[in-house]
Design a protein around this ligand. Structure first.
Ligand code: G3D
Ligand code: MG
Length: 224
């Protein structure tokens, strides 16, 4: 990993993926950070975060810390602590599941509550599983209306095929950095510079969480 922990000279952003279980949060995070899609579903326990560096136009380096809330439910004790301090919140649903879309109202409410007295972070609506569009249950119009009403950015991705995953994160990184992308720049495949997985072991006392860095791009990155 060489000197990769030295984040001093670059922007580092905390990105958190929220949404119901099974919408594909872990798959999206893994696709982006490792370019990997796990066929075997494994419920995440605790919180993992994945790290990936991106080089944006204009020599801007960013480190994207992508937090996966694992099996935490909306009423979970720790969830607000995880959301707190996020630069971007990605509200994820499965385009084949109406429930997962409707429940984003609650996830969004939780985000607003968490940032009650502060400026809301960058918020994006992510419709996942576009490879299953033949089974689409949430019309694009509904997606667009929800994003517009709430001033959210909007993306459609497939963690399975990888479609739009890198370009969406690239866009988020650029928006957070204030970098304006030209169309060809958006189209350029994003080359990973570095990816590492950091696992927060869950303890009863959140203050005492210890970060353990696991190196490399190993697909065995869902811990515990
Ligand atoms: P979660 O982290 O939000 O709980 P996961 O969701 O990433 O664990 O994914 C839940 C299930 O959806 C998994 O299937 C996973 O393979 C599947 N999945 C995730 N993203 C996509 C996608 O883009 N397209 C399709 N077709 N499936 C996807 P299983 O069968 O293991 O439960
Ligand atoms: Mg998961």
């Amino acid at each position: 990993m060489s000197d990769s922990e030295d984040e001093g000279d670059q922007n580092q952003f905390k990105i958190i993926l929220l949404g119901d279980g099974a919408v594909g949060k872990t798959s999206i995070a893994m696709r982006f950070c490792n370019d990997y899609f796990a066929k075997q579903y494994k419920q995440t326990i605790g919180v993992d975060f994945f790290m990936k560096r991106l080089a944006l136009p204009g020599n801007t380096q960013v480190a994207m810390q992508v937090w996966d809330i694992g099996g935490q439910s909306i009423g979970g004790k720790m969830i607000k602590n995880y959301i707190f301090g996020a630069h971007a919140v990605l509200l994820c649903y499965d385009i084949t599941s109406t429930d997962s879309f409707q429940n984003l109202e609650d996830w969004y409410r939780l985000v607003r509550k968490t940032f009650e007295k502060q400026k809301l972070p960058y918020i994006a609506l992510i419709g996942n599983k576009t490879d299953m569009s033949h089974m689409r249950a949430v019309a694009r119009e509904k997606h667009n209306a929800f994003a517009e009403e709430n001033d959210m950015y909007s993306y459609f991705v497939s963690a399975k095929t990888g479609d739009m995953v890198n370009s969406s994160f690239f866009r988020v990184a650029a928006d957070l950095s204030g970098v304006v992308l030209t169309k060809p720049e958006i189209d350029v495949a994003v080359q990973p510079v570095h990816a590492a997985i950091i696992d927060y072991q869950r303890h009863d006392d959140s203050e005492k969480r210890e970060a353990k860095i696991k190196s490399g791009n190993s697909p065995g990155c869902i811990m515990q």
